[in-house]
Design a protein around this ligand. Structure first.
Ligand code: PLP
Length: 381
């Protein structure tokens, strides 16, 4: 497959950072198991612990609070399945805008799942969160509350301080899916309310296949894979020193430039408004992270638009892409009350560490071509 000329899908996976690539290559030359006490093993242990310190630093966590996993999905599953067990939860509370990793793990607990709505701009309904906490009190249940910080589809930033203030002082467990916030917002894990958070390597320029669960010491009993006692018994299985070194290198190199990236998004959104005055930008009334825009032009279906843009060398995503690679209906947009017809036109453009204004302009040029072709074919609304 030829490499797409313009990559506009950083929220799905960010390109490998050169620092992470170098770390991978260097680690591949080492031999052994990080748990071995001999010199070979100690060299690998050194990579693992350096990576732990680097990831911890970017997350505002203590190194001992970082448990490496094979993905954020695994970290989320550990937090929810393991957390429900460790804290004898009677129900899981989540929002309607969670990533499938959260929804599926909640389902897998077999416990009642209490869903908190999103408003029309994609924000978690905090009044409903308050009611949910009251309901748990009335029923004498301990809740596992699992909420995201930044939405992967819309970029909407959830009111994390208020969530922390509502759930933090209670006896309930708070897990935050911080995958799309990591490297973009200061997580301050050690000094903030959440008991656990999940982060992912490939969203910040490490290869896929490495993530971490951040855990406070009182949540150290939250387990999923018992195995051979690695990660202080919190996640069994020989650590991948190679991927951990890359994760650490990507974290250390992180230089998220909010100003530049939001200028790219603003350029795209302004260009879209000019090209298609009826464009709808999802979550535009909310506080958004600034590297992503999710929009729909009525009548321009996302499945065909993505294919046409792909042929022009532009890699974008629909609001959601299921693992089969097909375009699926977005549960996030549905939860925001977006009509199905419009949601089927949703496209997501997301920028990251190597994005430039030329990428934004290439997208706009491609989209203009797409619209004029559709107009010619009489398909545009
Ligand atoms: N949570 C959010 C918000 C995400 O965006 C993603 C990735 O798309 C995940 C969880 C899953 O991360 P991973 O691919 O590391 O399993």
């Amino acid at each position: 497959m030829t490499r797409a000329a313009t990559y506009l899908d950083h929220n799905a996976s960010s390109p490998l950072r050169p620092e992470a690539r170098e770390a991978v290559l260097a680690a591949l030359d080492l031999v052994g198991n990080p748990s071995s006490v001999h010199a070979h093993g100690r060299a690998l242990r050194n990579l693992v612990e350096t990576g732990r310190r680097q990831v911890a630093e970017l997350a505002g966590a203590e190194p001992k609070q970082v448990v490496f996993t094979g993905s954020a999905t695994e970290a989320i599953t550990q937090a929810i399945l393991g957390g429900a067990r460790a804290f004898s939860a009677g129900a899981v509370a989540l929002s309607a805008g969670e990533h499938a990793a959260v929804g599926k793990a909640a389902e897998a607990t077999g416990l009642p799942v209490w869903t908190i709505s999103l408003d029309g701009e994609g924000r978690i309904d905090l009044d409903q969160l308050t009611v949910t906490l009251q309901k748990a009190e009335e029923q004498g249940l301990t809740l596992l509350v699992a909420l995201h910080w930044v939405n992967n589809e819309t970029g909407v930033i959830q009111p994390i301080e208020r969530i922390n203030a509502l759930v933090g002082p209670t006896r309930h467990t708070l897990f935050i899916d911080a995958v799309q916030a990591f490297g973009k917002r200061p997580l301050e894990f050690a000094t903030s309310a959440p008991d656990m958070m999940a982060v992912s390597g490939h969203k910040i320029g490490a290869p896929a296949g490495i993530g971490a669960l951040l855990v406070k010491s009182h949540a150290d009993t939250v387990r999923l894979i018992p195995g051979g006692g690695q990660e202080q018994g919190r996640r069994g299985g020989t650590e991948s020193a190679t991927l951990i070194a890359a994760f650490g290198a990507a974290a250390a190199a992180n230089d998220y430039d909010a100003e530049t990236l939001s200028a790219l998004v603003q350029r795209v959104e302004a260009g879209l408004r000019k090209l298609a005055p009826d464009v709808v930008i999802f979550g535009q009334g909310a506080n958004r992270i600034g590297n992503v825009t999710n929009f729909a032009v009525p009548g321009v279906g996302n499945a065909t638009a993505m294919m046409a843009l792909d042929l022009m060398g532009l890699s974008v995503s629909s609001g959601s892409a299921c693992s089969s690679g097909k375009v699926g209906a977005s549960h996030v947009l549905a939860a925001m009350g977006v009509p199905r017809d419009l949601a089927n036109c949703a496209l997501r453009v997301s920028f990251g560490w190597n994005s430039t204004m030329a990428d934004a302009d290439a997208f706009l040029a491609g989209f203009e071509t797409l619209l004029s072709r559709q107009k010619r074919a009489g398909k545009a609304a």
